[in-house]
Design a protein around this ligand. Structure first.
Ligand SMILES: [Zn+2]
Ligand SMILES: [Zn+2]
Length: 546
């Protein structure tokens, strides 16, 4: 049996071509023993991955491939505190990759801390952690030496076996025995040679070696999508990408039989995948959200304080119109809130709304919270659910296991003041911004795919105009069929891209036959690939990622 321990989803922005659900689906089809999600410096896909894995009955391991900052020769010089910081700062640094998997809850917490540090301590878009930060957050994590850009393979390529052993020894210092040397076989001769050498390094230090496929897409057919994403990341056309594209399409999810054939001479590295998967027992579902503490007046419980506030609010809201029906509803809601231990949550939301009102900031709760008389009495929502006969259970019920979700709109120009209040009152470490992923739709997918395929911006724009606005699948279908239709019209007066005219086909036919699959795959990728990120990353320097 085989477990894949190194796998990227679309949350490795512009480097993964399958969303977490598709990877899980494929892993189940292949009968993998486990699958680890290891996106670049990101846990954005973890919840979707863990949910899909649980539903499918697949062992889903949470991890990440971190970018590590190494000093000159790969030794642990960052930890040397005797140097003035500015000297350390000016040492030439190199970047390497390291795969970390959460063995336990502590490991997950450390992984989260590392990613937070990687992003907060560095300029936007260049996350990285130093070795001493890594050393402070290593508990509960299992380390694989990463892809060919890992510190050990890099040391091997630059300084030979001794340098690689030294680099591996650094990792052993940090992680104890929780390290395996990672090797791969994507049918690339140089990589095979590297893997052979890496196994020798592992044996020299008596460290296990493990096989992964450093997966970047679920199925072999998605290679084109992946190439298009890479080109977008580099802001280049496919043609100009040259050797920066992976040399073949082997970076897809593979099953036991296929991996076994590749490693038939020695299957120790395949068996090691199972040993590691077994150690990584942490599941995201083990976590329960913990709310920050709401400061109460002395001697009063959260439930009592909430009831007191609701009572005051009810008198204000209904006054003499209040009836037994109102009382009954409030009692029912408060009893359930107490039973589910959620009073603190309502107090925090009330506190934020109170701050906004006091400061003259317009705010309004919306969504299913409007079904709650408690929210109405606390001033969180504005409509009377009893008068409108709204069903409270749509907002909160014992059967629904998840925490309630109260959305509040604040006047845009004052939003920052509310954020600052939340940070000050509850602490930075208890408040987080939610990140939004903007996904490709029909037109944007066509526009970006066309650009990468070498069409001029004007042609890309024309193609996008004939595309379906939202559905990239429909767009792709239309493009496929329309060598004679709107595509030809759109491209009529224009010349096709260089790549199109070379093979002798007409520009429009090529447009439909190449843009269509690229757009479809881009659209299939859409659920997590962000356009905002696309734009940002596309202008970034051309760093080789694999
Ligand atoms: Zn890597
Ligand atoms: Zn990787």
């Amino acid at each position: 049996m085989y477990a894949e321990l190194h796998c990227h989803s679309t949350f490795s922005l512009l480097d993964g071509a399958s969303d977490p659900e598709r990877l899980v689906e494929r892993a189940v089809e292949l009968g993998l023993s486990a699958l680890a999600l290891t996106d670049h410096d990101d846990l954005g896909g973890a919840v979707r991955f863990a949910t899909a894995a649980k539903e499918a009955g697949l062992v889903g391991i949470i991890g990440a491939e971190l970018t590590i900052e190494l000093m000159v020769d790969g030794r642990r010089q960052m930890a040397d505190d005797s140097r003035p910081p500015s000297t350390i700062h000016h040492l030439p640094s190199t970047i390497s990759h390291l795969v970390l998997l959460a063995e336990s809850r502590d490991g997950y917490a450390n992984l989260s801390s590392l990613i937070t540090r990687a992003r907060m301590d560095n300029p936007r878009g260049t996350p990285r952690v130093s070795l001493d930060t890594l050393a402070r957050h290593a508990d509960g994590l299992y380390a694989l030496t990463g892809c060919a850009r890992g510190a050990v393979p890099q040391a091997l390529l630059r300084g030979g076996r001794d340098a690689a052993c030294e680099s591996l020894a650094t990792l052993l210092d940090i992680f104890g025995r929780r390290v395996s040397v990672e090797v791969w076989d994507h049918a690339v001769p140089e990589e095979r040679e590297l893997a052979r050498e890496l196994i020798a390094v592992a044996r020299a230090l008596d460290v296990p070696w493990v096989v992964t496929n450093d997966v970047h897409y679920a199925r072999a057919t998605q290679r084109l999508a992946h190439d298009v994403l890479c080109a977008l990341r580099h802001g280049q056309t496919l043609e100009d990408m040259g050797t920066r594209l992976r040399p073949n399409g082997e970076w897809y999810l593979k099953g036991h039989a296929q991996m076994r054939r590749r490693w038939q001479d020695d299957d120790a590295g395949i068996r090691q995948t199972l040993a590691i998967a077994e150690r990584c027992a942490f599941r995201l579902q083990d976590l329960k959200p913990r709310l920050p503490h709401f400061t109460l007046p002395p001697g009063v419980s959260e439930d009592e304080y909430l009831a007191r506030l609701v009572e005051g609010g009810a008198a204000e809201r209904w006054g003499w119109r209040r009836t037994a029906r109102h009382d009954k509803q409030l009692e029912h809601e408060l009893a359930l809130i107490a039973k589910l231990g959620l009073a603190g949550y309502f107090l925090i939301v009330w506190d934020i709304v109170r701050f906004a009102r006091r400061d003259g900031i317009l705010c309004q709760g919306r969504g299913s919270a409007a079904n709650s008389a408690v929210c109405y009495c606390l001033g969180i929502t504005a409509v009377d659910p009893i008068k409108l006969e709204l069903l409270f259970e749509r907002f909160l019920s014992e059967e629904r296991t998840e925490a309630p979700d109260i959305d509040i709109d604040f006047a845009h120009r004052d939003r920052e003041r509310v954020l600052q209040y939340v940070y000050e009152r509850y602490g930075r470490e208890h408040a987080a911004m939610v990140c939004e992923h903007i996904t490709w739709r029909g037109r944007s997918a066509v526009r970006d795919a066309a650009r990468v395929l070498g069409f001029s911006p004007q042609q890309a724009e024309e193609l996008a105009l004939v595309a379906d606005r939202f559905s990239a699948r429909r767009t792709a279908e239309a493009l496929r069929q329309s060598a004679e239709g709107p595509v030809r019209e759109a491209l009529g007066p224009l010349r096709g891209p260089a790549a199109a005219s070379r093979d002798g086909t007409s520009p429009s036919a090529t447009a439909s036959s190449t843009t269509a699959p690229a757009a479809t795959t881009l659209a299939a990728t859409a659920p997590a690939a962000t356009l905002a990120a696309t734009r940002r990353c596309a202008s970034r320097s051309s760093r080789m990622r694999w």
